[in-house]
Design a protein around this ligand. Structure first.
Ligand SMILES: Cc1cc2nc3c(=O)[nH]c(=O)nc-3n(C[C@H](O)[C@H](O)[C@H](O)COP(=O)(O)OP(=O)(O)OC[C@H]3O[C@@H](n4cnc5c(N)ncnc54)[C@H](O)[C@@H]3O)c2cc1C
Length: 375
């Protein structure tokens, strides 16, 4: 049992493991091969109550916190990292954004759908504005009680598949955000991009061509949108840390199984000190990452400052995941390089955790700013 995880949370994690292994794992490989949006697996996550698990009970959600969310994400990521990122975006970026910044009438209208069967996305990045999110160019022009959105979003998870997006745009007063229905006239999605990993979490561009959004769907005060985005990403990073943790743990478990089974030179490869040292390093680094991710999640749940801890958790867990996946391939030898074995996929999926929701370099920028007392 971990320092932060009590019996109830252990039981939740065991339940998530059961759903993941029994119901999600059998569909996972097909998602990687076809890159098709995983509707059936998302239905299973909705049914299990994992999509909306942090929504307060008075709104019909699970009423759980970020630590619970991290534990479930870890189990989902172990079998299907595409689903894990879809779950993370829906829960920590979309629903959290709506709950914290949406008006009551909007919440009453959309939350029931977002808990039942409608997946929600988050559209901040643009072709010229990635790490430098304040440079977005999508425009929001006010016409009476309506805003007209014009622009292009890039690398959007679930583009063309989401029921709703939170879209960030520049109003005359500065950046703001809107809750945009996926079927809004003037909104369209580009073709899904062919990606290295997390292939069924489709990624693509969104085009906003005169999309008219009533002011009641505005989420942030004009000028406050960047602050909103950054504060949501602080929470999201803990989720990405948990996704990385699940990938690293899967790499370790597969490596242990292989080390116990595979024989060379008349003995199990797990008897070679070289292999044993790799396993020992992997397990120790994973426990370090787990402690950072759980600590950041626990801080989020306590409502305290957590930007530094969230960035440290994401930076370290994603690095550990990529390293563990590389070692897992090495431990598997030639088999590790073969798609059927399912180890090379872990590495392809893990690499994304060092990029999205703020690259590793940006996490270091944030961490250093805190260390130097500039934040
Ligand atoms: C699979 C995937 C899914 C995504 N999903 C979404 C989504 O749903 N919604 C969304 O809004 N965005 C999404 N993104 C976008 C993602 O958040 C950005 O790709 C990421 O923030 C980096 O931006 P960029 O790609 O423009 O890289 P750039 O910002 O151009 O960075 C290029 C390189 O320069 C480095 N760099 C940049 N600035 C600095 C600096 N100040 N100091 C040191 N190094 C620096 C970066 O670390 C990186 O190595 C997704 C991306 C991917 C790959």
């Amino acid at each position: 049992m971990s320092l932060f995880v009590d019996r109830d949370l252990e039981a939740l994690k065991a339940m998530a493991r059961d759903v993941a292994q029994r119901e999600l794992a059998p569909r996972s490989r097909e998602g990687d091969e076809t890159g098709a949006f995983p509707r059936e697996s998302l239905r299973i996550l909705f049914e299990a109550g994992f999509l909306g698990m942090m929504v307060p009970r008075e709104w019909g959600g699970g009423g759980l916190g970020h630590l619970a969310h991290a534990l479930v994400l870890e189990e989902v990521a172990k079998v299907d990292s595409s689903l894990a990122v879809l779950m993370e975006v829906h829960n920590t970026l979309h629903l959290e954004g709506l709950l914290r910044f949406g008006r009551e009438k909007l919440k009453e209208e959309v939350i029931p759908h977002l808990l039942k069967d409608s997946w929600g996305g988050f559209a901040l990045t643009e072709p010229q504005a990635g790490s430098d999110a304040k440079s977005i160019r999508t425009r929001a022009k006010r016409e009476g009680d309506t805003w007209v959105l014009e622009g292009e979003k890039a690398f959007i998870t679930g583009a063309g598949e989401a029921a709703y997006y939170i879209v960030f745009a520049q109003a005359p007063e500065g950046i703001t955000a809107f809750h945009v229905p996926g079927n809004a006239p003037g909104l369209s999605a580009g073709a899904p991009l062919q990606k290295m990993g997390i292939r069924s979490a489709v990624t693509g561009s969104l085009y906003l061509d005169g999309v008219r959004i009533p002011d009641e769907r505005r989420l942030a005060e004009p000028g406050e949108g960047l602050k909103m985005a950054l504060s949501l990403l602080d929470g999201g990073r803990v989720g990405i840390g948990a996704q990385a943790l699940g990938l690293a743990q899967a790499a370790l478990e597969k490596s242990l199984a292989h080390a116990r089974e595979r024989e060379q030179f008349g003995q199990k490869i797990g008897d070679f000190q070289g292999i044993r040292f790799k396993l020992a390093e992997m397990a120790t680094e994973i426990e370090g990452a787990r402690a950072l991710v759980y600590r950041a999640a626990a801080l989020l749940d306590q409502g305290g400052r957590h930007t530094l801890e969230s960035s440290q958790a994401k930076l370290f867990a994603s690095k550990v995941a990529v390293r563990a996946c590389l070692e897992a391939i090495q431990i598997h030898g030639g088999a590790g390089y073969i798609q059927d074995v399912g180890v090379e996929r872990l590495l392809r999926d893990a690499k994304a955790t060092e990029i999205y929701e703020g690259t590793s370099e940006i996490q270091k920028v944030i961490i250093a700013r805190h260390l130097l007392g500039e934040a």
